[in-house]
Design a protein around this ligand. Structure first.
Ligand code: AHR
Length: 496
């Protein structure tokens, strides 16, 4: 029997931190593979139950998970997307080629109206990413006018002609995507100027107020952050960051399901780099913006593996195990703990692509282990962060060491404290002692997500192999919580 790990945690319930933006729990849906088409949009004539062409089963799952915000239409697709292709009678919309993702045909049946309808149905805020790489300033200006202007103008009239009388609310707009790469291969100095120009015409019509997000760094490109903050911080409300976790390199990214303990640790160690990156970029932002007016928006993150065998390499379809649940949990703990600067994040991607929360196969749908983590962690949305200090041993091989336990905590409007714990040991249980300073909760309850093996995942034949269960392994008395965490587990506790 493997030895038990003991971790010690202190929650400072008297020292309230910032509010954890619900948008930290955001998602991303690109015109890529089977994310939009099939995963979200099946068309009004489909035998798959839908509301105005949008899948009912997926929308119900997203509502239950409390999806707060959804980024669309890309990704790399955004900087080649011309929004006017996606409005008007569907039969008349142009068919184009999706050059980035498999060279497949894109019929533009899912466009602006369908996206806004999806957000209404799912109960989330829309975050639209505009085209800087191959689009014009005028095109971007007109898109915003089309969506948000309530008066009389060519774009507002066009919107009405296509069936939408009232303007929509559009709270978030990204000015380009990965403009250091697929969005135009720009240098930061050049993009900073382009950003300043394009964003000028992203207007606030009526009472709609747009939170403008500039393309930020790739991974640890600190120079990009430095230049953008120096040259354009006054024109942005958010700066993005993209960071993916791979087990290998881009040529061979490793398998989503066939891995051993070394693959377990490698992936989690890669994912935990998010904490260093957020801290490094935030430190640069602090120099230019000590009042933290500009949010760090981690609008693409998650695991990226080799595609599932037999699937289109351009579709980025991968499975999702309890290892990915841990990756989601440790990353969301990092974001909660940096809620002062990280005020939005969007895992890639929502359905059928990369670290998806939902997978579909025709009319079938399953919830991945990652879904369950987002649903369990939803208690942190809009709650007040509580500082946590974690003392836990490092585990794993040299070069891929990770802390055995990570944590974050918050207190909600009703005074309930929520503590999310990730236990990264693949094989041994851990005893955890948590001192709660400044509060004396009398009860503890919670849920646990774990699995019989590190490779465990849900399939269409067995969709419930990894799912949350009630957690009974915790007690609380005199401000001290004791919990016994199973190996490879995510536990969310409520203390009251
Ligand atoms: O999420 C897949 C792709 O990864 C996105 O299109 C792009 O922005 C990133 O490189």
């Amino acid at each position: 029997m493997a030895p038990m790990t003991t971790a010690r945690i202190v929650i400072d319930a008297g020292a309230k931190g910032p509010v954890i933006s619900p948008n930290i729990y955001g998602h991303f849906a690109e015109h890529l593979g089977r994310c939009v088409y099939e995963g979200l949009w099946v068309g009004e004539k489909s035998r798959i139950p839908n509301v105005r062409g949008i899948r009912k089963d997926v929308v119900a799952a997203l509502r239950k998970m409390k999806l707060p915000v959804l980024r669309w239409p890309g990704g790399c697709f955004a900087d080649e997307y011309h929004w006017m292709d996606g409005i008007g009678p569907r039969a008349k919309r142009p068919t184009i080629v999706n050059t980035h993702w498999g060279g497949v045909t894109e019929n533009n049946h899912f466009g602006t109206h369908e996206f806004m309808d999806l957000c209404d149905q799912a109960g989330c805020a829309p975050y639209v990413c505009g085209n800087v790489g191959s689009g014009t300033v005028r095109e971007m200006q007109q898109w915003v006018e089309y969506v948000t202007f309530g008066g009389k103008s060519p774009m507002a009239d066009l919107r009405r002609k296509h069936g939408r009388k009232e303007p929509w609310k559009l709270p978030y707009f990204g000015v380009g995507n990965e403009n250091w790469g697929c969005g135009g291969n720009m240098r930061p100095e050049y993009y900073a100027d382009e950003y300043r120009r394009y964003q000028t015409y992203v207007r606030n019509f009526g009472d709609n107020r747009i939170f403008k997000i500039a393309c930020g760094p790739n991974d640890d490109d600190r120079y990009w952050t430095e230049v953008l903050m120096r040259e354009a911080r006054g024109q942005m409300q958010g700066l993005s960051l993209h960071m993916y976790s791979l087990v290998g390199g881009w040529e061979d990214k490793g398998s989503a399901t066939a891995f051993d303990e070394s693959g377990w640790f490698k992936l989690l160690a890669r994912g935990l780099r998010m904490g260093e990156l957020v801290a490094a970029h935030a430190a640069i932002m602090d120099r230019f913006d000590p009042q933290k007016k500009v949010a760090l928006v981690v609008d693409e993150w998650g695991s990226w593996y080799n595609v599932e065998k037999g699937t289109n390499p351009g579709f980025l379809y991968q499975q999702n195990t309890v290892r990915d649940a841990l990756l989601a949990g440790v990353t969301l703990n990092i974001f909660n703990n940096h809620a002062d600067r990280v005020r939005m994040a969007n895992i890639a991607q929502l359905v059928n692509v990369l670290q998806a929360v939902v997978l579909t196969d025709g009319a079938k749908m399953l919830l991945t282990p990652t879904y369950h983590v987002f649903e369990m962690y939803a208690v942190h949305q809009g709650a007040t962060q509580l500082p946590v200090a974690v003392e836990a041993p490092g585990i794993g091989p040299e070069g891929a060491k990770v802390p055995a336990v990570t944590a974050s905590a918050s207190v909600d409007a009703g005074g309930r404290i929520h503590l999310s714990l990730c236990h990264l040991d693949p094989g041994a249980a851990a005893d955890v002692e948590v001192r709660i300073q400044g509060a004396g909760p009398a009860t503890v309850s919670g849920r646990v997500l774990t699995a019989p093996a590190i490779q465990a995942h849900n399939t269409f034949a067995k969709p419930s192999t990894v799912k949350p269960a009630a957690f009974t392994g915790a007690t609380v008395a005199a401000g001290v919580l004791r919990a016994s965490l199973p190996p490879r587990s995510v536990v969310v506790l409520e203390l009251f």
